[in-house]
Ligand binder design. Sequence first.
Ligand code: MRU
Length: 343
Amino acid sequence: MKVEGKDYRTVWMEGNTVCLIEQNLLPFEFKIFRSENYQQTCMVISTMIVRGAGAIGATAGYAMAQAFVESGNDPEYVENARKEIENTRPTAQNLFYAVERVYRAGKASIEHAIIEAQKIADEDADACKKIGELGNDLIKDGANIETHCNAGWLAFVDYGSALSPVYAAHRSGKQVFVYADETRPRGQGARLTAWELKNENVPHVIIPDNAGAHLMSQGKIDLMIVGSDRIAANGDVANKIGTLEKAIAAKYYDIPFYVAAPISTIDFDCASGKDIPIEQRHEDEVLYQSGPNTKGKLEQVLISSPGSEAVNPAFDVTPAELVTAIITDKGIFKPQELATIKS
Ligand code: MRU
């Protein structure tokens, strides 16, 4: 990805320092956060300085590598670190996938842990590039595409999942237009997807979350592409809260509903969506919103009735029957075909 003409990844490692684009500050400020140890990297994941399935996965892998480096070969230190990293966020499968791989590699040597973490990050970027190439075939010239949340470069190490086919289509000269759901409560669509699309010069508008069905009813949406945080073996898809109602509306209006995700997001040990843990986040994310004040400093403001409480489930599960196809780095599959690709 390019930001102001310079190449970046969402997360990378320099020595034992994990460097990340600080997503909580976007789109108002572009800043790199430097995390010096695994505990700090855990904080980075839980406070969503980094977020999005693949980016969380790569970061968690780097955190596990940091823990090996810091451990002085003390197995208890590594075990505790593993638990702490896995407790940062519960839903994204890539986090558990990456921690497991680096943990196993680190049993051989600290050097192996570092190499494995780097490999996971590289594989994530390569897989997302491939998703773009394959998904591009599903996008016709002139297509109007709705997406939910941010499954672009910022949600991965590079390229993105749902937005990767959009970028590939745009670069190949097709006219595409994106309707970006704002994605309450944290606004990943309004803040991050819109910022990415602007960087890539892709024509787009931000829409309120509750406008999707209306636009579909007016024939304004040709297809929907979303990402995923975890896909069960039966093809049920966990994604940002609000995805389920978009899928229901898309089915009603006969609009193709695609999910784009690398194979690493599929949890073959999860039989169905019922087994996917859904993260419950703090109510303040619903009750307050943040943005720059007149001096450009980020401030939080209360936007709800004082004293009312809120519930804040971060994800929902879309049943496989509502998903037209899943665009992966290994091909495009009907949800019920996933079982056949278990390696
Ligand atoms: O809570 P987040 O921002 O980490 O949520 C993850 C997401 O960005 C979305 O659910 C996304 O659509 C899938 S992750 C590529």
